[in-house]
Write a protein that binds this ligand. Structure first.
Ligand SMILES: NC(=O)c1ccc[n+]([C@@H]2O[C@H](COP(=O)([O-])OP(=O)(O)OC[C@H]3O[C@@H](n4cnc5c(N)ncnc54)[C@H](OP(=O)(O)O)[C@@H]3O)[C@@H](O)[C@H]2O)c1
Length: 245
């Protein structure tokens, strides 16, 4: 049966890899993939990479997911494309490498809002529109579980996302919608572009496979999770064997 699938912030890094994986696996010509974008250039670049068949399935929708209003507009635009939805991947996040002492309330609030509050209310708005058998995936992070990150607020937001995935289960009880979170450690995406070689080397020493994940490795886990009907309420780690010490 044709599905409506949504991925937020899906024109770069992990989100883009997930969107491409969903298109690769899509066999029904009536499948719809709704891609949220923030950067017009990234959207145009990705659009140019799609085949004609994929283009027929894809709708790009702009939204600033750091605001409630941006998310609300996005939900309304999605529901104009399809009143029923099947798969939702909440992938948007922002971070900071500022030190705790340099934080102000606005920075803390913006990151918590973007990474945790906005996705929570997006799920609330989409809830009545989920088809039986629907799936929700939240993009978490291993730093929401281990306190290795230098970014306190980002780590706390991701810990919240992990718990949100578990707690929402009760809210969806009886609706047959599975909800899970994925916790990658380090993934080779533009997110990591400012990292020095020294920093890469230090992290790679702690990863048993001595490398960062590729975005398509995370996308595969997202897809495998969504196509397994009994994985529910779980935090799935994809870390290459990260040892924090
Ligand atoms: N990369 C890692 O090592 C890693 C590890 C664990 C978890 N994660 C998680 O994976 C997810 C994706 O990260 P990534 O590594 O793929 O990063 P990325 O390549 O930098 O992609 C992030 C995307 O989010 C967009 N974005 C930023 N602010 C936005 C907003 N206000 N509204 C809508 N979209 C916005 C960015 O657009 P612009 O480029 O225009 O800012 C970009 O397209 C995040 O949830 C992140 O926390 C990543």
């Amino acid at each position: 049966m044709a599905k409506t699938m949504i991925v937020t912030s899906a024109t770069s890094g992990i989100g883009k890899a997930i969107a491409k994986k969903l298109l690769k696996e899509s066999t029904d010509k009536n499948d719809k993939l709704i891609i949220n974008y923030f950067d017009k250039n990234q959207m145009e670049e990705m659009s140019n990479e799609l085949s004609d068949t994929d283009k027929e399935k894809v709708t790009f929708i702009y939204a600033d997911m750091s605001t409630y209003e941006g998310m609300e507009g996005f939900v309304n635009d999605v529901l104009k494309v399809s009143d029923k939805i099947d798969w939702l991947v909440c992938n948007t996040a922002i971070g900071t490498y500022k030190k705790f002492e340099e934080y102000d309330y606005e920075l803390w609030d913006t990151i918590l809002r973007t990474n945790l509050s906005v996705p929570t209310f997006m799920v609330q708005k989409f809830k009545p529109h989920f088809n039986n058998g629907g799936k929700i995936i939240f993009m978490g992070s291993l730093c929401g579980k281990l306190s290795y990150s230098s970014s306190l607020v980002y780590s706390v937001s991701k810990a919240g996302v992990h718990h949100l995935a578990k707690c929402l289960l009760k809210e969806f009880d009886g609706q047959n919608v599975s909800i899970n979170a994925i916790a990658p450690s380090f993934v080779e995406t533009p997110w990591q572009k400012g990292r020095s070689q020294e920093s890469y080397d230090r992290i790679n020493r702690k990863i048993n496979l001595h490398r960062f994940a590729q975005p398509d490795e995370v996308a595969k886990l997202v897809y495998d999770t969504m196509t397994n009907d009994f994985i529910n309420g779980t935090l799935l780690e994809i870390s290459g064997g990260y040892e924090y010490f």
